[in-house]
Design a protein around this ligand. Structure first.
Ligand SMILES: *Cc1c(COP(=O)(O)O)cnc(C)c1O
Length: 232
């Protein structure tokens, strides 16, 4: 099937549910991204800063780029001018750096806090306690140029549906709890990014509002990224 057909099919399925598709284009050439773009797709995700900035420069400027991979503080400056959402925020230190560069560019940058839900110990993200600590940090309240839009999580890569379902359910409960406790007065804490090609149906059943699909859109990746797929 073609990329355009894939895009149309997925969007037909999720648009009525108010779910956003982030087309994860890592390792894929700009031609493939343009094919998806011409089929109407505007939100794309990458996990490497260098690859993201290269593609940003070559592609139409109305694309909304999401970073979904681990971000080092010293690389924030490269994406701050244009990034639409950073889905992989996992520390107050990183948030402060994003805020600093957002101020420089006179922008407010949308962020998701990445929560660790998988069994594998290699995955990045905050655990529940770290998440609450971050939100209670006095400095957090002073960061006016970042906007926390919600949470992101990556489930365990397993055939065991029950386990994946439990992880998504847990993240949804956490999302609702955090929203009620910390974001009651704002209506912009509205995004729960969970679900990849292998598990997005389960994610949707459990309350996802944003799915991140790579191979379902673009076909299998031939180039394998290092283990966690987000090591940089
Ligand atoms: C690669 C990646 C995806 C997409 O993976 P697929 O299995 O190809 O859909 C989603 N989220 C993150 C964080 C990724 O690194």
């Amino acid at each position: 099937m073609s990329i355009a057909v894939n895009i149309e099919k997925i969007n037909q399925e999720i648009e009525p549910l108010g779910i956003t598709l982030v087309a994860i284009s890592k390792t894929k050439p700009v031609e493939d991204i343009l094919e998806a773009y011409n089929a109407g797709q505007r939100v794309f995700g990458e996990n490497m800063v260098q690859e993201l900035t290269d593609k940003y420069e070559q592609l139409p400027k109305d694309i909304q780029w999401h970073l979904v991979g681990h971000l080092q503080t010293n690389k924030v400056k490269y994406i701050a001018p244009f990034i639409s959402m950073i889905e992989s925020v996992d520390s107050i230190k990183l948030l402060k750096e994003i805020n600093k560069h957002a101020i420089k560019h006179n922008r407010v940058i949308d962020c998701l806090l990445q929560v660790y839900i998988a069994e594998e110990s290699t995955k990045f993200g905050l655990d529940h306690i770290e998440l609450v600590e971050l939100l209670r940090d006095e400095e957090f309240l002073t960061l006016d140029n970042i906007r926390i839009r919600g949470l992101m999580g990556i489930a365990t890569n397993t055939e065991n549906e029950k386990e994946v379902k439990e992880e998504f359910y847990e993240l949804k409960m956490l999302f609702d709890g955090i929203k009620a406790s910390f974001f009651r007065k704002v209506d912009t804490f509205d995004t729960l990014s969970m679900g990849m090609s292998s598990d997005y149906k389960l994610a949707i059943e459990n309350g996802s509002t944003m799915i991140r699909l790579g191979s379902t859109v673009f076909g299998k990746r031939i180039i394998k990224h290092f283990k966690t797929d987000q090591n940089q």
